[in-house]
Structure formats: C-alpha cells, structure tokens
Design a protein around this ligand. Structure first.
Ligand code: G3P
Length: 222
C-alpha cells in the first residue's frame, strides 16, 4: 500500500513528510480550513514546496462542470500540471473528469460513498477513486465491500485507476481498507502518528538499547 497525508496543517504535513514513506498530500476545502490557511494561492504554493515532486491533490469547489474545469485550470497554473484535481463524483463532476482526462490532466474522483459512484468514476477515466471509509461506516454502508467491488472492477477491466481510500478515524480502518484492496490510503496526521503509537514498540527499543549497553559498556555502535 502507498500512503499520503490528508492534512493541511503545515507543521504536521512537514513533519509527516519527513517521517513517513508518503507519496503526497491530499487536501479538500474543509482540510484547508482546519489547517488555518487563509491565503489560498500562497498556502497552496507552500504545500507544493513541502511536497516537492510528490503528488498533491487539490479539490475544486464549483458545483457545475464548466466552473470545475475553470478551477482546475487555475489550480494547475498555480501548483503545476501534475497536480491531481479532485472532482466530486456527481452528475456535474463526471463530465468534468472526462474532459480533464482528455486534456491530459490527472484526476481524483472524490466524495465516493457507493460502489455505483466508483464504477462510474473508473469508467470516466479517473486516476484515483477516493471512497470515504469512515463516512460510509457512519452511513451504515460497508466501506470494505465497496472497496472490494471497485478493486474487482478495476482488475477485471485492466484499467490504471487506483483506489485512494480516505476518511479514516482509526488505524483499524486503514488496515481493513488495505485488506479489502485499496491501493493507497490518505490519512490525517493524528491517525498516521497512531500507526506507530503502540507503547510496546518504544519499550522493545528501550530494552534493546539497555541490553547493548549492558553487554558492551557502550550506548551504541561506534
Ligand atoms: O478527502 C476526503 C476525506 O478527507 C474526508 O475525511 O475526515 O472529513 O471524513 P473526513
């Protein structure tokens, strides 16, 4: 599985990029708001600098197809043509996805709460599908059944679309999404940190250091 950070708190993004084997950063308007960002252009450029050549996913806000396409142009001018444009998987979004793909842009189909939406976004040529794991769970939809069905469709069709599972509230949801067949997961900084937060891990490392010191009268390998 590949991992991204689903966060825009700049200090947390920078720390996570330096700690975890991440391939990029995903954002949406709500994440930008929680991140305390106030200047869209400046702050998005800052995130692009942090990500470097990694993937950056940025969401459109317009509700109509033409508006989505205009915003996609603006985003790509601002932070690069390789930026993945997140398009909600709606009746307005599907044509926008197809037209962006025809222009050579990269597209992430987002706000996926059902298998049907994901199948349509794959057919529209999306590079990534973003099923919302925790939000589906809250809506009494089995997110892992959705991910399994989408992965079967992708494999059967032999298309390059990848599943970018999103909306995680705990580590078990991430590992369950991986088992269900998600290729990638985008995870907020707190859940990312929780992936390494077992107290047993630190105890084990402490014990190894103490045993080395006892055996060799030295704190580490010189
Ligand atoms: O990118 C979509 C994802 O961030 C939604 O997450 O935590 O708002 O359910 P959440």
């Amino acid at each position: 599985m590949q991992f991204l950070i689903d966060d825009a708190r700049l200090d947390r993004v920078e720390r996570a990029l330096n700690t975890f084997p991440l391939i990029g950063v995903t954002t949406n308007p709500s994440i930008l708001k929680v991140g305390g960002l106030t200047d869209f252009e400046r702050d998005l450029r800052t995130i692009r600098e942090l990500v470097g050549d990694g993937d950056l996913h940025v969401q459109v806000v317009a509700r109509d197809t033409e508006g989505m396409l205009r915003e996609a142009d603006t985003i790509r001018e601002l932070v690069g043509e390789s930026t993945l444009i997140k398009i909600p998987t709606t009746a307005a979004g599907l044509p926008a996805m197809r037209r962006l793909k025809a222009q050579g842009a990269r597209v992430t189909a987002t706000a996926i709460y059902s298998t049907a939406q994901g199948l349509l976004a794959t057919a529209a040529g999306a590079d990534y599908l973003a099923p919302y794991v925790n939000r589906m769970y809250n809506a009494d939809v089995d997110p892992y059944a959705v991910i399994r069905a989408l992965r079967q469709d992708i494999d059967r069709e032999g298309v390059p679309t990848r599943i970018l599972a999103a909306s995680f509230k705990n580590v078990k949801q991430v590992t369950d999404a991986a088992a269900a067949g998600a290729h990638t997961a985008t995870i907020g900084a707190d859940v990312l940190d929780a992936m390494l937060a077992l107290p047993q891990v630190e105890s084990a490392v402490d014990a190894f250091a103490a045993d080395f010191q006892a055996a060799f009268s030295a704190p580490g390998i010189a």
